[in-house]
Design a protein around this ligand. Structure first.
Ligand SMILES: [Mg+2]
Length: 231
């Protein structure tokens, strides 16, 4: 086993429970904007259409077909339109609310604090995330996670996003880490695992949903507490 010194954690869906926090945020929005009165019959319907539309737009964002600014409004514009609400101003207001509210939510996966508390004195631990600066820093602060991390590397600062080699090179340079002593820990088979593997960094695949993905990570876990067996 290699002697790791630097651990690079993905944030969304690895530490921060993105789905649970998104759901809480959408609920706030549904209620705050009286969306039932405006013609969206139930929260479930609102949530389900949003999820589908958002997923499509994220695919386009990943392929650089749409900007983050456009994505942030477009997902709500299309959701409202699906319920025949044509209101550009409301879509923009909701998009702003989403960006403001969602990073204040604090739901984490099991054993996040315990694991980071255990690792922090032994390793240099960092965040390596494709998220946007203005939201990722708020999430870390609000969820009480900031204290564990040495460097916070975002795609926005790195100028490229996972799985591009550029962001991994940037992360190594910023933390003065070598590939051999680094380990990437994340939930995304492509962005985290293949991305790191492609430039020769070992990886831990955090497979909460226990899906088979046809990838061969260095390690695979289904609960963060299993990191203690590796590290
Ligand atoms: Mg992730």
């Amino acid at each position: 086993m290699k002697q790791y010194r630097h651990l690079f954690f993905d944030l969304d869906r690895t530490l921060w429970d993105f789905e649970a926090n998104a759901e809480e945020t959408l609920k706030d929005i549904y209620l705050n904007h009286d969306l039932q009165q405006k013609g969206i019959p139930s929260f479930e319907e609102f949530k389900n259409s949003y999820r589908l539309i958002n997923k499509n737009l994220w695919e386009q964002y990943k392929q650089d077909k749409i900007s983050k600014e456009r994505l942030s409004v477009e997902r709500f514009r299309q959701t409202l339109e699906y319920f025949t609400i044509k209101d550009e101003t409301l879509a923009k207001k909701i998009a702003d609310d989403y960006i403001t509210i969602s990073p204040t939510k604090t739901r984490l996966f099991p054993n996040v604090h315990e694991t980071l508390h255990y690792l922090a004195p032994k390793y240099q631990i960092h965040i390596l995330t494709n998220g946007f600066n203005e939201v990722q820093f708020v999430k870390l602060e609000r969820a009480g996670l900031r204290k564990y991390f040495d460097a916070i590397i975002t795609s926005e600062n790195a100028g490229s996003k996972k799985p591009d080699p550029g962001i991994f090179e940037h992360a190594l340079a910023q933390t003065h880490a070598s590939r051999e002593e680094s380990l990437v820990i994340g939930d995304d088979p492509e962005s985290d695992i293949e991305g790191a593997a492609n430039i020769g960094i070992d990886q831990v695949f955090v497979n909460y949903q226990q899906l088979s993905n046809g990838i061969e990570p260095t390690y695979e876990i289904t609960d963060l507490k299993e990191l203690r067996k590796i590290l």
